[in-house]
Each structure stands twice: as C-alpha cells, then as structure tokens.
Design a protein. Structure first.
Length: 361
C-alpha cells in the first residue's frame, strides 16, 4: 500500500487526496496546509491527518481547533511520495524539502517544466516516465492535459501534420473571486504561441502544435477550439470513433442538448459526481468536422479536476511497475471515470467488484 502525502489542500489538493483514498493500492498519509481554513477542517473531518506546512503556523491550527499531526517534514518522512499541490512557484521551493528526505514528488502544471526531471501525461508518455526512473515529475496543466489526450490518439491513428488550438480560458476558479477580468476579453498572452503549445511538447516532443489564449469573465471551465491538419484524410465519423475509444474523452451527444460548460457542470452534478467534477475532456460530437485533411472540433476542459486521474497514474509510474493501461483502468474504475458506461457498470466499479473499463491501449 503506497502512502501518499498531499502538500497543499486547495482546489487540486483536496481532489487528489480523495482520488488517492479511493485507490485500492494507495492511502493518504496526510495533507499539509498553511492556513487552518475551512478546507483544513474538511480534511480533518475526512480523516486525513493534517500537517502544518509552516512550523510558525502550528499555533494558528491549535487556535482554530484543527488537530495537527506534525509539520511538513513529518509528512514527507511518512510518505512514499508527495503530491505537491501548492500555488504556482511554491512547488519549486519545496523540492529541496523532498530531496532532503529522499522522497519522490509530483508537481502541478503551474510550475515551470524545469522544476522536475520529467513532465507527465498518462496518454502521452506514461511508459517513458516510468522507464526513466525519474523521482521528480510534473503533471502538465489542465489545458495541456486536455490537448494531449486528444492529440496523442489522433497522431497515432492519422498522423498530425499541424495542430492549432485557441483556448478560451476561464478568468478564475469559482473559489477565486479576485481573479480574471470582470467585464473584458483579454488576449492572454497577446503573443503567439501561448505557453500551452510548448507545454504539450514536454510530453509529445515531436508534435507540431501552436496555441493562442483568450481569457474571459467565466469560472466554470475552459473551452478549446481545435483545428488539426492530419497527415491522412479521415471521415468525421471515424474521428468520432477514435475519440470515443479514449476512456478520458467524453463525446457529448447532440441529443443531450448541452449548450456549454454550465450544462456540462449540471450534467456532472446530476450524475452524482463529487463537486460536479468532469475528469474527462468533453468533446461536442456535433462539432467534429473534416474538410480534406483539416479536422475541427470544440472541447471543454474542467480545470479543477481533469488532472486528478493523471496525478494518480503518475504516482504509479514513479513508484511501481504498473503498466500504463493497467493503471489507467484502475484509476478510472476507482473514480468512476466515463459517462458512457451503464449505471450498473458504474455501481459495480464503485463497489470494486471487478467491472471492466476501457483502457487507452
């Protein structure tokens, strides 16, 4: 049983902790927080040992009535691997702590790529990372995860001559009222490409991809307008079948009448998803169009949750000999990834009774 520490228990950290707790081969060694806020109280209620990320804040936890199991060093020592979910830039500072205790660590996509020995996306380069013996691995950002999940299979099936994507990005998460434009639409950045294309190349180095970014006053999800020039011609129906075969891509059916991210979030909530999370890319099936070798489609990416199963797979890639397909199936089964399965399949999977799940092989 792998003992996993989670440093940072915010938007991503709390989701990673719950995902780890759901895995049959992992347990949460504890979580670290800087501030004893409502999230720290929630972690304590869930039974996760709470550690003070900074020694000088332990008294604050005591004053707030949140029991402290130790400090960050204690958590690192007790963990087989630490998933760093701290704000961008803090992970790089924390690497020295993990190295001091010889504990492997994962970092999030907000960190620069050079924070780690390798960047990771389960669909793009699980095997390469697992074979590299890297102990410090960065899980690429939500947008890069979303692009990699569709570009990897398209490249394998048809070849990608050039991929282009315009990312319409949410201004801030629902819990970030201080971020994003209030009444504006911002080229972000105004230069081309945005950082997302180069980030895709950290996991798919041979792929030709350019990206542009626009930030809008929204909080729910990101929206991608994707254009891919394929090396071979393909029919839209064949492309749809290729994407349907991907376990972390949800082809939104036209008869569902899903107009946008607000409907997708309600779709997830009605399906009983925790926090209304969408771990999958949401590709509108009706948007898939092909003109010659040019493919077009829209997809929505839930920035709060799509990297969560990737973190779980990265833990196995770093710490175990589990193969990519096996890890993806196990992660998906434990979390309930996939809207395509029947309600009975999801129930059996949730109960751990050996339900099948589609892998990315």
């Amino acid at each position: 049983m792998l003992r996993v520490g989670v440093n940072g228990y915010g938007t991503i950290g709390k989701r990673v902790a719950d995902a780890v707790a759901a895995q049959p081969d992992m347990e949460v060694a504890g979580v670290a927080k800087t501030t004893p806020n409502f999230e720290a109280e929630a972690a304590h209620r869930r039974g996760y040992p709470v550690h003070a990320a900074r020694e000088d804040r332990r008294d604050a936890f005591d004053d707030a009535g949140v029991p402290v199991a130790g400090d960050l060093d204690d958590l690192v020592v007790e963990s087989d691997i630490v998933v760093d979910c701290t704000p961008a830039g803090i992970g790089a500072e924390n690497r020295a702590v993990y190295e001091r205790h010889d504990t492997p660590a994962l970092y999030q996509g907000g960190e620069d790529a050079d924070v780690a020995d390798a960047s990771f996306n389960a669909r793009a380069n699980y095997d390469e990372v697992a074979a590299s013996d890297a102990e410090h691995v960065r899980v690429v950002s939500c947008n890069t995860t979303g692009l990699s999940r569709v570009l990897a299979p398209l490249d394998e099936q048809y070849g990608v001559e050039k991929a282009r994507a315009t990312l319409v990005r949410r201004g801030g998460d629902p819990s970030q009222p201080d971020r994003g434009p209030i009444n504006d639409i911002l080229p972000d950045p105004v230069t081309v490409p945005s950082h997302h294309g180069p980030d895709v190349n950290t996991v798919l180095p041979d792929l030709a991809v350019d990206t542009m970014g626009v930030t809008v006053p929204a909080t729910l999800m990101h929206l991608h307008s994707v254009n891919v020039t394929l090396e071979t011609e393909a029919e839209a129906a064949a492309v749809a079948e290729t994407l349907t075969d991907e376990s972390r891509v949800f082809l939104v059916p036209g008869d569902a009448r899903v107009a946008g991210p607000a409907h997708l979030k309600e779709y997830a909530q009605d399906a009983g998803r925790p926090r209304g999370d969408l771990w999958e890319n949401c590709v509108w099936a009706e948007s898939i169009a092909v003109e010659g070798r040019d493919l077009y489609f829209f997809q929505a990416i839930h920035q709060e949750s799509d990297v969560v199963p990737e973190n779980v797979d990265a833990i196995r890639a770093v710490c175990t000999d589990t193969e990519a397909a096996e890890s993806v199936v196990e992660t998906n089964r434990a979390l309930g990834v996939g809207f395509g399965e029947s309600e009975e399949t999801r129930r059996v999977a949730a109960d751990g009774e050996g339900a099948t799940a589609s892998a990315d092989d």
